[in-house]
Design a protein around this ligand. Structure first.
Ligand code: NAD
Length: 354
């Protein structure tokens, strides 16, 4: 075995079905008496119901969370935090909601209890991407990491099928890049392989039966492990391309990850043999890039970035943006090869095995 460094992030995790019933206990355990529940406008009703469960320890609901954590939204939430003398945060939602709780925690160091409702994995990372004046800036800080995460499978039953598929592919992307990360280590690789297998098994079942609790449980467990992968080791070309597409062209987060991932796997396949072995086992295939594409496409995901109104000039611009500020990547970054990758994802072409 090669030498390695493993960084574990401390968090208390409660996993299961109906686990949100333990929220009042957790609020009490942290000694909180004036909690703010945060959510997106779409999940405001859930947030109000959850605040009701906390009872008199709930001091308010802020249902203004938005994708990519705009700082003006955080500023409005901070006014509530100050006015209501908030001493703790409960986030119920996907990565956007978790992002808002993290942004408040970065400014206040308030403790966070997060109940994820998608597979994005943000709850497991000390990372925050904030948007100010259209520019997304990524920060890492121990204050950002949530203290308690309550995974309640029941909260994911309402996640629409297509969002479940793309959010699941977004999670798989974290595990894939962890397998070939510069800091890859046996603990994270074990989690990554297990996570990919769990999600690849669960997503087709969810596609058929969105309320299948066993499959939902498998997917959420996989998503948790993928979140650990994302928070523990550096991400590579796939995440760099997706951050560029999201930040510069405002493409949707999970959908972009879904369309780009097969091409990133194909790009890195030759340079990351051990990672590809793990993916072959997890996906039960000889061709991880093609299998990832087929899985997402079969489950109804849009595989052509052009469908998200990405301008065609991005095929030339993205490689330049990636090369201007590159992430470490197992395969060397070559402009012509990057252009081919982006052109294939733009057109929604299936990567070919070679
Ligand atoms: P999201 O949080 O934006 O959710 C998308 C929509 O689905 C929202 O309207 C939300 O209210 C709704 N929704 C979520 N769960 C639902 C459910 N169970 N039932 C019904 N509706 C539901 O989407 P996301 O993909 O989870 O998060 C994307 C954001 O998270 C991006 O801004 C991304 O940058 C960020 N993110 C950050 C990290 C990190 O570590 N910092 C990791 C992953 C994602």
């Amino acid at each position: 075995m090669r030498d390695f460094v493993y960084n574990a992030h401390p968090a208390r995790v409660i996993f299961g079905s109906g686990t949100l019933a333990r929220l009042p206990e957790e609020v009490e355990r942290l000694g909180l008496s004036r909690v703010l529940v945060v959510a997106t406008p779409e999940q405001e009703a859930d947030a109000r119901r959850i605040a009701g469960r906390i009872g008199e320890r709930a001091a308010g609901v802020f249902a203004g969370a938005r994708m990519h954590t705009p700082t003006d939204v955080t500023a409005r939430a901070m006014e509530v935090v100050t006015a209501e003398r908030i001493d703790g945060l409960v986030a119920v939602g996907g990565g956007s909601t978790t992002g808002l709780a993290k942004a408040i925690a970065l400014r206040t160091d308030l403790p966070q209890i997060v109940a994820p409702t998608t597979y994005a994995g943000s709850e497991m990372t000390p990372i925050l991407g904030e948007t100010e004046n259209g520019r997304k800036v990524t920060k890492s800080d121990p204050r950002i990491l949530p203290e308690v995460v309550i995974y309640d499978v029941d909260l994911t039953l309402t996640l629409p099928v297509l969002m479940s598929v793309t959010s699941g592919m977004n999670a798989i992307a974290h595990a894939v890049e962890a397998l070939y990360a510069r800091e890859a280590n046996p603990i994270i690789s074990m989690m990554a392989e297990r996570a990919v297998a769990s999600l690849a098994r669960a997503l087709p079942v969810i596609h058929e039966r969105p309320d299948d609790r066993e499959a939902r449980s498998d997917a959420l467990f996989g998503a948790w492990l993928c979140g650990v992968c994302l928070g523990s080791v550096g991400m590579a070309l796939h995440h760099k391309i997706c951050h560029t597409l999201g930040g510069t062209y405002n493409l949707p987060h999970a959908e972009t990850h879904t369309a780009v991932l097969p091409h990133a796997i194909a790009y890195n396949a030759g340079a990351a043999p051990e990672a590809m072995q793990a993916l072959r086992r997890a996906l039960a295939t000889d061709d991880p890039a093609g299998a990832t594409f087929d899985l997402a496409e079969r489950l109804g995901a849009t595989m052509a970035l052009s469908s998200f109104k990405l301008p065609e000039k991005a095929v030339d611009e993205v490689p330049d943006l990636v090369l201007a500020n590159p992430y470490w990547n197992p395969a060397p970054l070559d402009r012509a090869a990057l252009r081919t990758l982006v052109a294939d994802a733009f057109a929604g072409r299936r990567p070919s095995a070679d």
